[in-house]
Design a protein around this ligand. Structure first.
Ligand code: MV4
Length: 458
């Protein structure tokens, strides 16, 4: 096992990694920007190093300074968390070159999955189902139009260097393909310094379902079931649950076995998540793969009883997977609400000082957070202040518990999306478990335009 891990991140995930390290008996080093010196990850780590000013470019994305911090503190591994440098192949390579273990997959896995066209090709070759689409980068707008005809409308243009929904354009008419290609490609060039595009048949009412993969460095690979991530707005997930209400044991078995076979073919290691799109007919298609621990990992932990962050660290240190697939059982139901410092209606960030803070508790309630009373939510970073994860024996009880917990949650001084979560957990489609990625839009439209009600009643 490692002796000392440097956590190249901040916020709730830095704290989550420190907790796993404590239980493993591994010492921790926090790095932080000048703006984060009062943060809990700095207080809870054994040591801390200030690595630069508030902007991420100068601190949490500053590779040379982070490696220097590892060197001076004698850390033998770096955990990148999610976001920031977590999927940066160069960073992982430089870590290895400096003799520091990177807690994550080998750099070549980051590089492969970072290019969505290469990832698609590799997963097709490894036996995963793909939507009809272009097999290579589109050369120009002529080729985009030609492929749109071949694939059939509607299509979606995606950036090879994108992911998570950035740099996408839906096209419904053949006459719109060329313009969409030009716009999308120049947006991708500006955002990722890479204008390469590909296209796929567009699925109208998809569910976003992802499968948690766990792999050691000795060829053993299992999955820990799926997470349903269809509750999202502008590609920001708001609620995730495990298991998916759309999943059946037969579908999980099929999805799991093709996914594991594909991961074996490419020699995947450490934890990862395969994103699938599930269509209305129950068919699933590979979308992309995330090569990091994810924000929503706790719902999988709750229904499997497995500590994913601890496991991730153990696997990076060379441990053999301690479970076989048949030992994995999905028990109960977990729902995660991302609590963001933002306006519940406009979704605009709401940074500032938290004047009063009371978190819910009781049976089946978990908070992975970083906020406290008097904590200042900074405008420099993402607006996630906590994740509320509620667990119960079945989905109706998990929903009831999440509503109860949200009612207990007190945050004053800043605005949060708690009211949004309360209304989503009462949305009839959500309660029935029959929803797709359009659910947030539809809830917001219904709230803006409420149906007439009878005069009595509340
Ligand atoms: C799609 C799709 C429909 N058809 N691809 C969004 C995140 C990224 N991983 C891929 N995403 C999607 N890809 C095909 N072929 C639907 C989504 C999608 C989405 C698209 C537009 C607006 C909101 C969305 C929410 C979830 C998924």
């Amino acid at each position: 096992m490692f002796e000392k891990i440097l956590i190249a991140n901040r916020g709730e995930i830095a704290l989550r990694v420190i907790r796993a390290c404590r239980e493993l008996g591994v010492k921790t080093v926090a790095v932080h920007s000048t703006a984060d010196s009062e943060s809990l990850h700095v207080r809870f780590a054994d040591e801390s190093v200030c690595i630069g000013p508030a902007p991420s470019r100068a601190s949490y994305l500053n590779i040379p300074v982070i490696l220097s911090a590892a060197e001076v503190t004698g850390a033998d591994a770096i955990h990148p968390g999610y976001g920031f440098l977590s999927e940066n192949a160069e960073f992982a390579e430089v870590c290895v070159a400096c003799g520091v273990h990177f807690v994550g997959p080998r750099p070549e896995m980051l590089r492969l999955m970072g290019n969505k066209v290469r990832a698609r090709e590799a997963m097709l070759a490894a036996g995963l189902p793909l939507l009809p689409g272009s097999r290579e980068v589109l050369k120009d707008e002529d080729e985009a139009e030609k492929m749109a005809v071949e694939v059939g409308l509607p299509v979606i243009l995606k950036a090879a260097a994108g992911g998570g929904g950035r740099g996408m354009k839906i096209v419904r008419e053949l006459g719109a393909v060329r313009q969409a290609y030009r716009t999308a490609s120049s947006e991708a060039l500006a955002a990722f310094s890479n204008g390469d595009m590909y296209l796929e048949r567009y699925v109208e009412k998809p569910r976003h379902i992802e499968l948690q993969i766990v792999a050691d460095e000795h060829g053993h690979i299992i999955h820990l079931g799926e997470r349903e991530c269809s509750v999202q707005r502008r590609h920001q997930k708001l609620i995730e649950e495990a298991p998916s209400p759309a999943m059946t044991p037969a579908l999980r078995e099929r999805m799991g076995s093709v996914a594991i076979e594909a991961m074996k073919r490419i020699g995947y290691n450490n934890v990862g998540t395969i994103e699938f799109l599930l269509d209305e007919h129950g068919d699933f298609f590979f979308m992309e793969m995330n090569t990091r621990i994810q924000v929503e990992h706790p719902v999988t932990e709750q229904v499997t009883g497995i500590d994913l962050v601890r496991t991730q660290i153990e696997l990076a240190a060379g441990a053999t997977l301690p479970w076989t697939q048949d030992q994995i059982q999905i028990r109960g139901h977990a729902i995660e609400c991302r609590i963001n410092a933002e306006d519940p209606v406009s979704f605009a960030p709401s940074p500032g000082k938290i004047a009063a803070y009371h978190t819910p508790g009781g049976l089946g309630v978990r908070i992975d957070g970083m906020a406290y009373e008097q904590y200042k939510v900074l405008p420099h970073y993402d607006s996630l202040i906590a994740k509320l994860i509620c667990f119960a024996e079945d989905r109706p009880r998990a929903i009831a518990r999440a509503r109860r917990a949200l009612d207990e949650y007190v945050v004053e001084g800043i605005r949060t999306n708690i009211p949004f979560h309360k209304s989503l957990l009462r949305h009839e489609d959500f309660v029935r478990g029959e929803y797709d990625t359009r659910i947030v839009e539809r809830l917001l439209a219904a709230n803006a335009n409420p149906p007439l009600r009878s005069v009595s009643g509340s």
